[in-house]
Every structure is written in C-alpha cells, then in structure tokens.
Design a protein around this ligand. Structure first.
Ligand code: PLP
Length: 376
C-alpha cells in the first residue's frame, strides 16, 4: 500500500514515540489518583509535579504558573471568561478579527452577558499593528487577547509590543500560542505575556490535553468548579498519562527547536521553488510566518477540489477557505486580510512537521502540477 503523505500538522501532529513511551506506565500500572493520600498516589503526584516543572522551564515560567487543561480550546475559554468575571470594574475585552474560534466564540459568550468586546482589524499580512491596539485600548480594558501565530496563514504577531501597550493601560495580556509552542521560541518573560494557551497535540503530544500559563499575580476566576485540583483553579482528576506525554513532547521539540525549524524551512523553500518551476499561478498568504506553514491561494481551482484531489492521491492537506473544513464559505481570516474572493475560494493550507521529507514535498508539487499546472 502507498504510504500516506501527512501535510496537515497545523490541524494535529503525530504523537512522538518518546511521548508515547513516557505515557505507558501511567495508563497501565501506575493508575492511582494523584489526589489520594496513600503511597500508591505518590508516583503520579510526582509525575505531575515533574511535568509541570518541565513545561515551565520550556517557556521560562515558574512551575506554579502552569495549569493543566483539556487543550487549547479550554485554555482560551478560561483566559477570556475567567478574566472577564474576575474584575467587574474593568469589563472590556479586546481581541483580533483573526483569532481561532475558541477565542472568538468565548468573546461572543461574554458579549451576550453585556461585557463589551472589540475586534481589532489586521493589515493584509494578517498582522495586528501596535498602533491599532493603541487606538482601541482604554482604561476600561480588562483583557487583550491576541494570538501568537495564526493557524490559517501562519502570521506571527508582534506580541512583545502589544503586551507592552496593554500593560501601559493597566490591562492583562493573553496570547493563544497553540500554533507556536514547540515550534518557535516562547519565553513568557521576554514576551511579557500574562497568560498563554497551549495544546499538546500541536507539538507531537497527545490530543485532549494542554495548559494555561497564568502569571502568579494575575487575578483570574477558576474555570471548572469541583475538586481541589490545580490549586482549586481547575477541578477534575488529572490525566496523568496525557500530562506526562505533553511534557515529554514539549521538552523534545523545545530541545530540537532550531533543528526542526531549519528542516521544515528547507522543505518549504524546496516546495516553493518547485512550484515556481512548474509555472503554477498562486499567491502565498501571510508574512513573517510560522516555519512550514504555507497558505496558498489559486485563482483557477477551488480549495475543496484541490483537497479532494490530494486526498485521492493519499495526501492530507487542508483548505484555507472553509470555516470548518467542509463548507465553501470564506474564512474570517481570509476576509480580514481582504483577499479577493476568487483567490480566497482557492486557498489551501499545507503545514509541514518534523517528520515530513523532501520526497513527500516533491510528490505534493507533482500532484498539484498534474491538477492545475503545465504537467497535465
Ligand atoms: N487556538 C488555535 C490557534 C488553534 O489552532 C487551535 C486548534 O486548531 C485551538 C486554539 C484549539 O486547540 P485544541 O484543539 O487543543 O482545543
């Protein structure tokens, strides 16, 4: 059977074998509930503490500032809702038009409760300009939430500058770093962020687990009510195996950050030069993008058509135009960067990971050429 080519790493990634190996004992033999007082709970309790310390070190935080969650969606919901409800005197939230739905829909939820939210426009690269934030921020602002890097077009935001402006107005800065953690250097001190969301399955960890970094002086309401886990901030029995797997995956990717980035950037370069050689008409969206994330728009073919054709050839990519991977609507991100409709409807996202090879990239170019280039 022909091997599948997986080029949709922004959607999810393959579990790293080191993470799987680290997880096994917690799934099978060491199944104790970390909150129990008996000695059988000692090992899982220590595994959670060790994982917290490993994750904290990877992003230059303190272990007690890392809170385990069920993934990026929960971390974003918590940061936005927990922040809005924490300070009734400063009710306004600012975010951008190109955030993930985990942020946008959380903002819509607080708006329904009469908390005002402003959605910052972006430029044609998908960048939130610091001067735009300057125009919208006020002393009523409680939270500014801007993603580190966009999941559709890959644009990396000027987070440090945006956080600085936020702090000048006494507000709290959150960043959804789900696409960035484990792929580019993230140092919460250097960036000056107060909260940061991450998700393990985007950096070769297991799905359904993530974390929220909350700087120790940030006032935030608890999100899950129940038991006393996570210092009473996020109730629910901890998923020890998943948390251990997340820490192992993050450590491995962080240690190999430059090497992995160089690998995917070399593949990206090869891909783009082969596309140009093939004479295919396309534009690339985004600027200052995440390594290996390619949002490409073709005026001649629909994104859906390209996706299905690639699927028939055993290649997994994503459409860049669909809101949910299955409709023809133009996504909010492509609308926000004001991409014209003919290009927007012909948008695909190819997202490379550390396991991709040159051969795979050449195969993708070959199939794209057969579909739309001079090679048919
Ligand atoms: N935020 C961004 C930028 C994402 O790309 C995603 C997932 O695609 C999420 C949040 C949601 O993360 P999760 O799948 O862990 O809930």
């Amino acid at each position: 059977m022909k091997k599948m080519i997986y080029a949709d790493n922004a959607a999810t990634t393959q579990l790293d074998p080191a993470a799987l190996e680290a997880m096994m004992q917690w799934l099978q033999d060491e199944y104790g509930n970390a909150s129990q007082p008996y000695s059988f709970a000692r090992a899982p309790k220590k595994a959670l503490a060790d994982s917290r310390a490993v994750i904290a070190e990877c992003i230059n935080a303190k272990p007690e500032e890392i809170y385990f969650t069920s993934g990026g969606t929960e971390s974003d919901n918590w940061a936005i809702k927990g922040s809005a409800f924490a300070d009734p005197d400063h009710r306004a939230t600012i975010t951008s038009q190109i955030e993930h739905h985990a942020v946008l829909h959380s903002c819509a939820a607080i708006e329904r409760l009469q908390y005002p939210v402003a959605y910052l426009p972006v430029d044609e690269c998908g960048t939130v300009l610091p001067e735009t934030l300057e125009r919208y921020i006020s002393d009523q602002t409680r939270l500014v939430s801007i993603m580190t890097a966009n999941n559709e077009i890959g644009t990396i935001q000027p987070i440090k500058e945006l956080a600085e402006i936020t702090h000048q107005h006494g507000a709290v800065f959150h960043t959804d770093a789900v696409q960035a953690v484990g792929h580019i250097k993230i140092d919460v001190q250097e960036l000056g962020v107060d909260m940061l969301s991450a998700s393990a399955h985007k950096f070769n960890g297991p799905r359904g687990v993530g974390f929220l970094y909350i700087r120790d002086d940030v006032k935030l309401c608890s999100f899950m009510d129940g038991g006393a886990q996570e210092t009473k901030m996020r109730a629910g029995t901890e998923n020890t195996a998943a948390i251990v797997g997340m820490a192992a995956a993050l450590k491995k990717n962080t240690d190999a950050l430059e090497q992995n980035a160089a690998h995917v950037m070399a593949l990206e370069k090869l891909f783009l030069s082969e596309m140009d050689k093939a004479g295919i008409n396309y534009i690339r969206n985004g600027c200052n993008t995440l390594p290996g994330l390619l949002s490409l728009s073709f005026p001649s073919h629909g994104g859906e058509t390209i996706l299905h054709r690639m699927d028939l050839k055993g290649i997994c990519i994503s459409t860049g135009s669909a809101c949910n991977g299955s409709s023809d609507e133009i996504s909010h991100v492509l609308q926000a960067i004001r991409l014209s409709e003919d290009y927007a409807l012909g948008t695909i996202r190819i997202s490379l990971g550390k396991n991709n090879t040159e051969y795979e990239l050449l195969q993708i170019v070959k199939e794209l050429t057969l579909l739309m280039g001079n090679g048919h």
